[in-house]
Structures are given as structure tokens and as C-alpha cells.
Design a protein around this ligand. Structure first.
Ligand SMILES: [Fe+2]
Length: 185
């Protein structure tokens, strides 16, 4: 069960329109290393963790990642808010507008829609946690790529926060992996 809190996990206050950045940033909503995939990965995998601690850890991180999906979607919304159709077209977002108007649709930076094949569930805690550690490192690297694609401080501040959370998640998954390995799972 979930309770929705009516504000984002970190304040999203972007003042400058930047359609190019919106086109890149959407990948952290619906791309292979994005927040939606992370949330769905951990929500799905938690059931086969061997104890309540592991289940709770995956559930906690999945919930946080869903909150991060909301942050990325809000960022894309703010970056594109007052754009004209012509501006969207010029920024390479004409196809997105044709299919989705100004709605926020989960794709990667090339416009490829989100797919469940971005994550796996093996039912084996060590195999799944190994994937989770890699996923967190890939998310961190993607945030670093995105930071290098902008000079807007309002955007960078949020991306640095999200990058830091991926490092925290990586370490939590690593600790759980080592604990289960020691226990012989
Ligand atoms: Fe994460």
C-alpha cells in the first residue's frame, strides 16, 4: 500500500526553457537506465528476496525510484512548458508532439518507448542483486552524461541529487548482496 505525498522528493524549480535538454532528460524517465525501469525492477524482484529485510530494502528503493520518475517527468514538463509547436519541431520533438502532444511519455533520448525488457527477474537473490548494482552504476553514469549536456544550474543541482541517490542505492544493494552471499543463498 502506498500513500502519496503531494510534493516531489526534491524541489523542481526550473526557470529556463530548454527543449534539447528535455529531449535528453526523458531517458531517465523511460530509458534503459531510467527511474521507471528501476522502480519496476525492484518492485518485481522484492518477492523472491529470502528475508523480510531484503524485501523491505527493495521495496524502499523501488518507492524512492518511483518518486524520482515523478521528478524527471516534472523536469521535462517544466523545460518544455511554454514551447511552441515550431520550437518543439526545431528541437527534434516534432514526432513526440505528433503522438503525445505536450504529454510526458516514457521513452529514451532517441524516442524509443519504455519496455519491460529493460529489467530481469530471475528469482535468484544474488543474480537479481548483481543486476541491481549494475543498474545503479548505469543510472549514475547516465546522470553524469546528462550533467555534461547542460549548463543550467537549476537542472544540474537536481541531477547531482539524483546521481548521489544512485550511489547510496548501489551501496545498499552491495551490502545486501555480500550479506546473502555470506549466508550461502
Ligand atoms: Fe537508484
Amino acid at each position: 500500500m502506498f500513500k502519496y505525498v503531494k510534493h516531489t522528493n526534491y524541489p523542481i524549480e526550473i526557470k529556463k526553457k530548454d527543449l534539447k535538454m528535455a529531449k535528453y532528460l526523458i531517458t531517465q524517465f523511460g530509458g534503459a537506465n531510467g527511474e521507471l525501469g528501476a522502480a519496476m525492477r525492484y518492485f518485481s524482484q522484492k518477492f523472491s528476496m529470502p528475508d523480510d529485510y531484503g524485501k523491505a530494502l527493495l521495496n524502499d528503493i523501488a518507492t524512492e525510484e518511483l518518486g524520482h520518475s515523478e521528478m524527471i517527468a516534472s523536469m521535462v514538463h517544466q523545460l518544455t512548458k511554454n514551447a511552441t509547436v515550431k520550437e518543439l519541431e526545431e528541437a527534434g520533438l516534432g514526432s513526440m508532439f505528433a503522438d503525445h502532444g505536450k504529454g510526458i511519455y516514457p521513452t529514451d533520448a532517441s524516442g524509443v518507448p519504455f519496455t519491460v525488457s529493460y529489467f530481469a527477474v530471475t528469482g535468484d537473490p544474488l543474480a537479481d542483486l548483481m543486476e541491481d548494482m549494475a543498474a545503479e552504476q548505469k543510472a549514475r553514469a547516465t546522470y553524469e552524461n546528462l550533467i555534461n549536456l547542460t549548463d543550467d544550474e537549476d537542472v544540474i543541482r537536481i541531477l547531482l541529487f539524483l546521481r548521489q541517490r544512485e550511489i547510496v542505492h548501489y551501496n545498499r544493494f552491495k551490502d545486501l548482496f555480500l550479506y546473502y552471499k555470506k549466508k550461502g543463498y
